[in-house]
Ligand binder design. Structure first.
Ligand code: FAD
Ligand code: DLZ
Ligand code: SF4
Length: 518
C-alpha cells in the first residue's frame, strides 16, 4: 500500500550522485528508489565489456550506499526473473509492485531515453554548470557557436581562475604554452588501480556470460566504481599529474597509455564526481602554488569549456544532429576499428589500447581514429556507433558532438571552425608511433608511403571548393597548388587504391560483429 505522496525515484546508470535533483527532492523515509539493469541499455550499441562492468558495478555500489543512508532501494538485476529488460518496462513493474503511481526522475542524458521516458516527471539535471535555457540563450542570435567565447562566460559565471572580472594571469587561454611534442626520458605517474571487489567480480562474470562476444576484455578491470574511489583518483591526479597536464596534453606514446591525463571522465560522466568541485580543487592547486596556470587553466577549460559546450550543442540540436553528414561521407567502417589488424602502427596501437582499457586519450581519439575516419570519408553514423560502444566514458550527449562535430566535421563547422585533419607529419611530431611502423611517414606516394599523407591531400583536394571559403583552411587549400597535375593525380590514385583495399566491417543480421573476438 502506497504512503500518501509517495514517489518512485528512477535513478539511471549515469546518475550515481548523492546531489541528484530527484534524490534531493525526495524523502528517504517515504519514497522508493528504483534502479534497473536492463538489456535495452546494455545493448543499444555493443558496449565494451569494461563499460558494462563499470556501469553495473557502480550502480550496485550506489544502491548499497543509498540503503546505508536510509533509502529504500529496489534494485532490479539483469538476471532477475520477470525483468522486462527495458527501463520503461521496469518502471511499470515497480509501480505495480509498490502501488505507487507518481514516478520522478532526473532528466536522462540522451534524447533516446528522454523520449522513451517522457511520460515520467522529470527534473532538470543540475549537475551541469550550464542549464539548457542558459545555453539556448547564449546560442541565440549567434552566427557561429565558438567554444572559446562560451568558455569565457563559464569562467565569469563560476568565478574560476578570475581576479575580479579579469582572467588570472591576464589571459583566458594558455594553450600556446601547452601541447608540446613528447620528450624522451620523462617519467609519468602511475594511476591507482582499484582491484575488483566481490560486487565487481560478480559483474565481470555476468558480462562474460551475457555479452561474451562484445569488444574488449572484462578482466583486468581497474576503474573506480564508488565516489570514494573516484576521489582517490582525483587526489592522485591533482598531486601527481595536473602540474604537467598541459605540457603533455597532445602527446602520444606507444608505451604510455595515460601520460598526465586525469582519467576522470568515466567517474565524472557517471556522477561519481562533481565537475564544478573538481575544477575548484584544481584551482586550489594553482592558488597554492602547486601547479602552474597553463596546466590548471587547460584542465579547467576541458571541463567547464568543452564538456559543457558539447552538452549544450547536443541538446540544442537533438535529434537532428545525428543525421548530419555535410561532407557526404559514406564509406563503411573498416574492420580494423574492431580487430586492430592493420599495418598502420598508430591505429593498431590506439585500437589495441582501446580494446584493453576502454580508454584512449583525446588526441588518440581525435587525431588517430577520428582523423583517419575523417580523411577516409567513413560514414558518420558508423563512426558514432563505434565511439559510443568502445569507450567507458561514452554517453551520447558527450560522444556525438565530439565525433560528428569535432572529429568528422559532419556538422559543416557548427562546433569547430575547421576540420581537425592532419597528415602523417602531425602524428610523427606528436608521437613515437611512426618509428615502429612499416610505412614511411615521409613518403606521400609509393608502396610503403604512410597512408595518412595521400589520404590527407586527397581529402583537401576533394573538398577544396568548400574549404577554400574557410579563412582557416584557405592557406592549406593553396598548398595543393605546389603539386603538379601528375603528382596530384598520383595522390588521388594512391588514396583510392588504399581505400579500395580496406576490408569493411560487416555485422551479421543477428548483430554479431565479424572479428570482434579478435
Ligand atoms: P583529460 O584529458 O584528463 O581531460 C579532463 C576532462 O575534461 C575529461 O575527464 C573530460 O571530462 C573533459 N574533456 C576533455 N575534453 C573534452 C571534450 N572534447 N568533450 C567533453 N569533455 C572533455 N569524452 C567523454 O567524456 N565521453 C565520450 O564519449 C567522448 N568521446 C569522444 C569522441 C571523440 C571522437 C573525441 C575526439 C573526443 C571524445 N571525448 C569524449 C572527449 C575526450 O577525448 C575525453 O573526455 C577524454 O579523453 C577523457 O579522458 P580524461 O578523463 O583522461 O581526460
Ligand atoms: C550505459 C548503461 C548501461 C550499460 N546499462 C544501464 C542499465 O542497465 N540501466 C541503466 O539505468 N542505465 C544503464 N546505462 C546508462 C544509460 O544508458 C544512460 O543513463 C543513458 O545513456 C543516458 O545517458
Ligand atoms: Fe601512422 Fe603513418 Fe606514422 Fe605509420 S607512418 S604510425 S601510418 S602516421
Amino acid at each position: 500500500m502506497a504512503k500518501p505522496d509517495q514517489s518512485l525515484i528512477l535513478v539511471l546508470g549515469d546518475q550515481l550522485s548523492s546531489t541528484l535533483p530527484s534524490l534531493r527532492a525526495g524523502d528517504r523515509s517515504r519514497d522508493v528508489v528504483l534502479m534497473a539493469e536492463v538489456m535495452a541499455e546494455a545493448s543499444y550499441v555493443r558496449h565494451h565489456k569494461k563499460k558494462i562492468v563499470f556501469c553495473f558495478s557502480a550502480m550496485r555500489h550506489f544502491a548499497e550506499r543509498l540503503r546505508a543512508e536510509g533509502w529504500q532501494v529496489d534494485h532490479v538485476r539483469l538476471t532477475d526473473t520477470g525483468n522486462s529488460q527495458s527501463l520503461a518496462g521496469e518502471v511499470e513493474r515497480a509501480r505495480a509492485r509498490h502501488g505507487i503511481s507518481r514516478v520522478v526522475m532526473t532528466e536522462p542524458g540522451e534524447w533516446r531515453l528522454r523520449q522513451e521516458l517522457a511520460h515520467l516527471h522529470m527534473l532538470e539535471d543540475t549537475r551541469f554548470i550550464c542549464s539548457h535555457a542558459a545555453f539556448r540563450s547564449w546560442a541565440a542570435n549567434r552566427r557561429e557557436l565558438r567554444m572559446e567565447f562560451f568558455y569565457r562566460d563559464m569562467r565569469r559565471q563560476t568565478k574560476l581562475l578570475m581576479d575580479g572580472d579579469k582572467p588570472v594571469g591576464g589571459r583566458w587561454n594558455f594553450d600556446a604554452e601547452n601541447r608540446a611534442p613528447p620528450r624522451k626520458g620523462v617519467a609519468f605517474p602511475v594511476p591507482p588501480r582499484f582491484e575488483p571487489d566481490a560486487i565487481t567480480q560478480e559483474c565481470i562474470a555476468l558480462v562474460e556470460k551475457v555479452a561474451p562476444d562484445n569488444f574488449g576484455d572484462a578482466t583486468s578491470f581497474w576503474f573506480p566504481v564508488t565516489a570514494d574511489q573516484a576521489e582517490e583518483l582525483l587526489q592522485h591526479f591533482l598531486s601527481q599529474a595536473l602540474p604537467r597536464f598541459g605540457e603533455t596534453q597532445d602527446a602520444m606514446l606507444a608505451n604510455e597509455k595515460f601520460l598526465n591525463h586525469s582519467l576522470l571522465s568515466i567517474a565524472l560522466n557517471a556522477g561519481l564526481l562533481d565537475p564544478l568541485s573538481v575544477c575548484r580543487r584544481a584551482e586550489t592547486e594553482y592558488r597554492q602554488g602547486r601547479a602552474p596556470i597553463e596546466a590548471v587553466e587547460g584542465f579547467i577549460r576541458q571541463i567547464i569549456g568543452w564538456r559543457e559546450y558539447v552538452r549544450g550543442v547536443y541538446w540544442l540540436t537533438a535529434p537532428g544532429y545525428a543525421e548530419r553528414n555535410e561532407l557526404g561521407a559514406g564509406r563503411p567502417l573498416p574492420a580494423f576499428y574492431w580487430t586492430g589488424r592493420t599495418d598502420m602502427n598508430c591505429l593498431a596501437r590506439t585500437v589495441a589500447q582501446t580494446r584493453q582499457e576502454a580508454y584512449a586519450h583525446h588526441i588518440q581519439r581525435l587525431m588517430v581514429t577520428g582523423n583517419f575516419a575523417l580523411l577516409a570519408g567513413i560514414d558518420p553514423k558508423q563512426v558514432h556507433e563505434w565511439y559510443l560502444a568502445v569507450y567507458a566514458d561514452a554517453y551520447e550527449w558527450v560522444e556525438l558532438p565530439n565525433t560528428l562535430g569535432m572529429a568528422l566535421h559532419a556538422d559543416g563547422g557548427m562546433l569547430a571552425s575547421k576540420p581537425y585533419a592532419a597528415s602523417g607529419n602531425y602524428i610523427n611530431r606528436m608521437s613515437d608511433y611512426c618509428g615502429g611502423c612499416r610505412y614511411d611517414v615521409k613518403k606521400r606516394v609509393g608502396e610503403n608511403a604512410c597512408p595518412f599523407n595521400a589520404l590527407y591531400w586527397d581529402f583537401i583536394d576533394r573538398h577544396a571548393q568548400r574549404f577554400s571559403r574557410n579563412p582557416r583552411m584557405a592557406n592549406i587549400c593553396r598548398g595543393l597548388d605546389r603539386f603538379g597535375a601528375e603528382e596530384r593525380q598520383a595522390i588521388r590514385d594512391q588514396a583510392r587504391q588504399f581505400l579500395d583495399g580496406l576490408e569493411p566491417w560487416t555485422a551479421t543480421p543477428a548483430g554479431e560483429v565479424k572479428g570482434a573476438r579478435a
